[in-house]
Design a protein around this ligand. Sequence first.
Ligand code: PEP
Ligand code: MG
Length: 889
Amino acid sequence: QKFVYDFTEGNKDLKDLLGGKGANLAEMTNLGLPVPPGFTITTDACKVYLRSGAEPAALREQVGAHLDALQERMGKRLGQPGDPLLVSVRSGAKFSMPGMMDTVLNVGLSDACVEGLAAQAGDERFAWDSYRRLIQMFGATVLGVAAERFDDALEQAKAEAGAVNDVDLDAGHLRDLVAVYHDIVRLDAGRDFPQDPREQLDLAVRAVFDSWNTERAKLYRRQERIPGDLGTAVNICSMVFGNLGPDSGTGVAFTRDPASGQQGVYGDYLQNAQGEDVVAGIRNTVPLADLAGLDQKSYDELMSIMETLETHYRDLCDIEFTIERGTLWMLQTRVGKRTAAAAFRIATQLVDQGLIDEAEALQRVNGAQLAQLMFPRFADKVTADRLGRGIAASPGAAVGKAVFDSYTAVKWSRSGEKVILIRRETNPDDLNGMIAAEGILTSRGGKTSHAAVVARGMGKTCVCGAEELEVDTKRRRMTAPGGVVVEEGDTVSIDGSTGKVYLGEVPVVPSPVVEYFEGRTHAGADDAGELVKAVHRMMAYADRMRRLRVRANADNAEDAARARRFGAQGIGLCRTEHMFLGERRELVERLILADTDEERTASLEALLPQQRDDFVDLFEAMDGLPVTVRLLDPPLHEFLPDITELSVRVALAESREDSNENDLRLLQAVHRLHEQNPMLGLRGVRLGLVIPGLFTMQVRAIAEAAAARRAAGGDPRAEIMIPLVGTVQELELVRDEAEQVIAQVQKRHDVDLHLALGTMIELPRAALTAGQIAEAAEFFSFGTNDLTQTVWGFSRDDVEASFFTAYLEKGIFGVSPFETIDRDGVGALVERACREGRATRPDLKLGVCGEHGGDPESVHFFHAVGLDYVSCSPFRIPVARLEAGRAAA
Ligand code: PEP
Ligand code: MG
């Protein structure tokens, strides 16, 4: 088996085997771009190692052969005393895991060849600095020496030399430091730093393999839903140096602004530095545009390479490069992460450039990003005190209590506090805190610092590099210019779109995208306007592409009107119980307490006109579009007072000897209706069959409202839906009664109302007997909330708060089945019910109205099984439209 590929042998489509970095290095090599020669050890080799604890037998020899070829081409060898070849050993998994795994640079240096490097580079300081970096990185990542041991030694060396910065240490200081580092390794690792370069290389490769399974890498994968068994590739690349003087340097570039999507020159450059210095955000960078003034030739070449890459990948690329004494080298590229806003803008720009078509544009965005754009942001004119300003690294508005370490962030957020994680800079160990926080604020580092990259990936608000803020993590405080001190627990607000940081809570305003859907904004030329234009176009692509229709779950005219503005094509679920709340509760109470038919009829008659008025409004708001009205579903006790409260009230009254007759009757009713498992009790169609006149009253209200709308010149399209049906017999009984009522109303008003009658499929038995049920139903609407509850046996009201966290942590499922449809279980029933229902009745209309109707992943499933529509809450309609388009594209 081939475990090693030269950069000339791979290509960008081999990410499974070569990892993202390796595949793209190969692609760039083949494009003729200046990539330092090297080779990649495959993820297969890593998998063998992780499984068996040993590298595959063939690996050693294959690495040897590729190393020989590399040395041949470079004209120098690892460890060669006069002019040594140095290589970097870098991780690179299929999916980018920024900073999560290990890297070792300068492999190949040893006591024997450090002077040779100095002679070749003509720079003794550089050679000793490279060597001490190798021992430091190798010691920490390969030999497991605590990183602080080296940091402390470096600080001490600076103190002794009276140096402020690392660069103030001269060659002699660094040579001494190397000796100290050697001692640290010997003491802490119990062995000498290996002088044999091949041993260095093999150990470094093994350390990279091992770093796949560090706790932080595992956490990151769980968070990002990256499978745990992919393994990482290892890239071995000849070293080029950005730290050989002022004509050298290193940087990161984007082909477009990853925050806004705007075209232009974006990135950071750091003169006289090595790559790690930029990503770690340790020293402050200059904007990439400034490189033009420092090195015009390299700058021009970089610009031209960026254009080549963008046209080749047909997408935003991010790039790491190094300039070694005026020569530009490409160290990495990949299709870059971007904010949600940038994703929409870039997709439409690429369509305009003719690089992608509409269908592909839809694959470049997703519903989760659109949902993120629908979050509110801070008001334009903020009156709160501004503490400072940093770099707008990841947009959004976040308000929370200041915390200065990840542990506190996690602890406070667990107890329900919203927190802002404030650090000088973040590193991979802060991941837990970043996940827990509303937003992240750092005082150091640029747009490509760890905090910025990771926050963007998570869709979390982030302001980084707010240098005027002095963060003191030890004393848990931050000092702003003018001496304002923010202590742990003080509220701060951060604006990831402008980089501004405020003291106290800043009020938020709606998102421009929501304003657009509401029909309130006009596209301007600013970022918000450009974003709105892009969203508008993408929605149009999606609407053209999709087969699924999108309806709303709405029970009042106001929600219905909003849903329509957001693009709803009808109402898929009107929950009529929501019409029985407030002051009408008393009427329902009277209905429940009724002892005689007369009493019952009286209370139903009192409810009728109110229901009818509700429906008139609803049908008017949705004129011309279908409105599915579901008859009463919840158990009746929900309309009665709480059993404990009422018992106490009655007991107190009795002790005072002034019992209230009504309370006593109520209490009896509460006891009568009390159920151990109300969700499995007297609800849905069962209520309709047990309480005479209840469903017929509702059917009459619907029919009369439709007749009234028709008389007013409207076009009502009501559909009547029966909940919680388990067998066709239930449905038949309700249907027969309903048809009589409808016939009466039609006769009286002399209209044909075309009222469709259908059912929800929300019990396993209904799904399993869908073929029979379809005999009596003109449509099915899948109630996936109850269906999930009954298929899994999970109480939908309890489990998410009780044991789901444990289930998620144990990886039993990656996401709650109440959020994303469980394809294998619940989904299989849905699929079967669709098939069998349509076998009985080919024109059976199929929809879904459970929460899953607005969940991006689930929408793709509903498209695939052939539903006619999904129905979701008004706010999620744009997301459902977009995902329905993506599913069909
Ligand atoms: C369902 O069960 O999926 C449904 C839509 O009904 P409800 O949530 O009202 O029970
Ligand atoms: Mg239900």
